[in-house]
Design a protein around this ligand. Structure first.
Ligand code: ATP
Ligand code: MG
Length: 559
């Protein structure tokens, strides 16, 4: 489907109407993560929606850090988020904004509301405040501090700010309506005391604004025209609009909500992902099993496939759970088109070719990709000793040719892009395991059909024994073995798949892959798609070369 054929979503409909009516001149969106964790696949959808709309309408999208809660935030997360956004949306040139840059402005707007009789310093403690708030079925009660004078509130707010009041003793609240059916409108908190240094503003503040008091005002400062967030903020919208209506803001932004992306077999809550990291269930935020953008990148998933996947999802007003197989379809499709082919023998057994001279060396030049000339060629060195995979060999001569299209003792198989060979005998080690297969080549079969009377069972992959590199291969399975690992009463930690990582040392790969870089994509023929691990350390066999399996070859997803 081309972009032109694609039905427009409800946000695009709103934008088109706003542009037509002239109420919006330039479309400005923002992506506002809180720097309290790494970005995950759910954030990717939000990035694609916000940056995508800005691009489509020739507008702009700001990356804005919603850094209003120093208790949970960290510079490490700020750096990681910038790296992830730049990777996912490389053409982005926009500004990096910080809510904390607006703290002075927010404070003066708080003073403005106090002067207008629309905010007050409240001394109810947390328990009483909850009690006074009422419930969904019961209206709330006015705070006894609600009618204190503006000058008293202004003085107390200043004392809160400079650190003269203890944490929990006072808050600044908007004076709205304690009987509102929407609990968010029952005199919501605008500022809390937190005697804590902030990663960017240092010790300047002892109070920090609430999400609700900050978000719409930040949007207004940045002239955001369409503030797009997820559905859980729908009940906050009246409050967003109340602040916009009651403050002298430089612009009047509007909030729109769309459904979160949830994936089965996955958790997409920063809190839970952080727990996986903190409790060492995974290697870190960028563990290739994590649904984080950095984990997906390290796993070998391309930014392009993440964007294509997000683009395939509806931008709708309902939440839904997407089948992980749909994501995998896009990952595989992209790799099939773009990954260079290579051969890696994961479970090697030595094959000695008795009729191929030990000092002979040939090089077979083969394409990097079967239908992408632009990906060049590679050279496969061939010699009298090669490795094939143990699983590609059997001594069982009764195996049908249809079922076992590999090497069987006494029978023929083709080595990919090389000779047809026949297995003649095996050599065993002291434990009885096959240590070597003795075989012979069928001459003149490179790039040529088998001679009369010889029929190869199939085609298998191989590497030269002397001209290959040792490597480690890491194979990943789903991190959770339940489709809804954190639904209802489930403790997601109980649903961790204990077999989600398999590390296989002593694999043999084409020697050219010694130069592979993290982020280069390969299809290891007959095995799957791989990329070099950006964080590998020396394995027990001394090799520093390690590959992450991004995904297997088979696609079962049907659109
Ligand atoms: P989490 O629930 O994982 O902690 P969050 O919403 O608290 O996420 P923020 O850093 O506040 O994380 O999110 C930044 C933006 O990304 C917000 O606009 C939020 O709506 C959006 N977002 C977060 N999770 C998803 C998701 N699963 N699908 C779509 N958008 C999301
Ligand atoms: Mg949030």
């Amino acid at each position: 489907m081309t972009d032109i054929d694609k039905p427009i979503n409800f946000i695009q409909q709103v934008i088109n109407a706003d542009l037509e009516a002239g109420t919006v001149k330039k479309v400005i969106t923002r992506f506002p993560p809180e720097p309290n964790g790494y970005l995950h696949i759910g954030h990717a959808k939000s990035i694609c929606v916000n940056f995508g709309i800005a691009e489509q309408y020739d507008g702009a999208c700001n990356l804005r850090f919603d850094d209003t809660n120093p208790a949970k935030e960290d510079e490490e997360y700020v750096h990681a988020i910038i790296e992830d956004v730049r990777w996912l949306w490389p053409q982005w040139q926009g500004d990096i904004c910080y809510a904390s840059n607006y703290f002075d402005q927010l404070y003066s707007w708080a003073q403005y509301l106090i002067n207008e009789g629309k905010a007050y310093v409240c001394e109810l403690n947390a328990v009483d405040m909850r009690e006074y708030r009422g419930t969904l079925t019961e209206v709330g009660k006015n705070s006894p501090f609600r009618d204190r004078s503006a000058s008293e509130s202004l003085a107390l707010l200043e004392q809160m700010k400079v650190g003269e009041i203890d944490e929990g003793r006072m808050t600044l609240r908007a004076k709205i309506d304690m009987a509102s059916p929407n609990i968010n409108m029952r005199d919501p908190v605008m500022y809390r005391i937190k005697k804590m240094a902030h990663q960017r503003t240092g010790d300047k503040w002892n109070i920090y604004p609430s999400y609700d008091f900050a978000h719409g005002q930040e949007d207004a400062i940045e002239a955001v025209s369409h503030s797009i967030c997820t559905l859980e903020f729908a009940a906050n919208r009246p409050l967003y609009e109340w602040f916009v209506a009651n403050l002298p803001l430089p612009s009047t932004p509007h909030q729109y909500e769309f459904g979160r992306l949830n994936l089965n077999y996955t958790v997409t809550s920063k809190r839970k992902l952080k727990q996986l990291v903190d409790e060492n269930h995974v290697e870190g935020w960028d563990d290739p099993r994590m649904p984080t953008i950095s984990g997906l990148r390290r796993r070998g998933v391309s930014a392009h496939s993440i964007r294509e996947f997000c683009d395939s999802l509806a931008v709708a007003k309902t939440d839904g759970v997407v089948d992980i197989a749909q994501f995998e379809h896009f990952i595989r499709d992209d790799l099939n088109n773009n990954a260079c082919r290579a051969m890696c023998v994961i479970n090697p057994v030595l094959v000695t070719l008795t009729n191929y001279s030990a000092d002979k060396n040939e090089e077979f030049v083969v394409p990097g990709h079967p239908n992408r000339d632009d990906l060049g060629e590679r050279s496969l060195p061939f010699s009298s000793q090669i490795y094939i995979d143990r699983n590609d060999f059997s001594e069982d001569t009764t195996l049908s040719r249809k079922k076992f299209k590999r090497l069987v003792i006494g029978d023929y198989v083709r080595l990919r892009s090389a000779y047809i060979i026949r297995a003649d005998e095996v050599i065993r080690d002291a434990s009885g395991e096959i240590s070597e297969i003795i075989a012979s080549i069928v001459p003149d079969t490179v790039g040529q059909d088998a001679p009369e009377g010889i029929k190869a069972r199939g085609v298998i992959h191989w590497v030269s024994a002397s001209k290959s590199a040792d490597c480690t291969v890491k194979i990943y399975d789903r991190l959770f073995n339940k489709a809804a690992p954190d639904a209802g009463d489930e403790n997601f930690l109980d649903n961790i798949n204990p077999e989600s990582l398999k590390v296989i040392e002593g694999c043999k790969v084409e020697v050219g892959l010694l130069d592979a870089q993290a982020g280069d994509h390969y299809q290891f023929e007959r095995e799957g798609y791989f990329t070099r691990d950006s964080k590998s350390t020396r394995d027990s066999k001394g090799s520093e070369l390690a590959f992450n399996c991004t995904i297997g070859l088979r696609d079962n997803w049907k659109a």
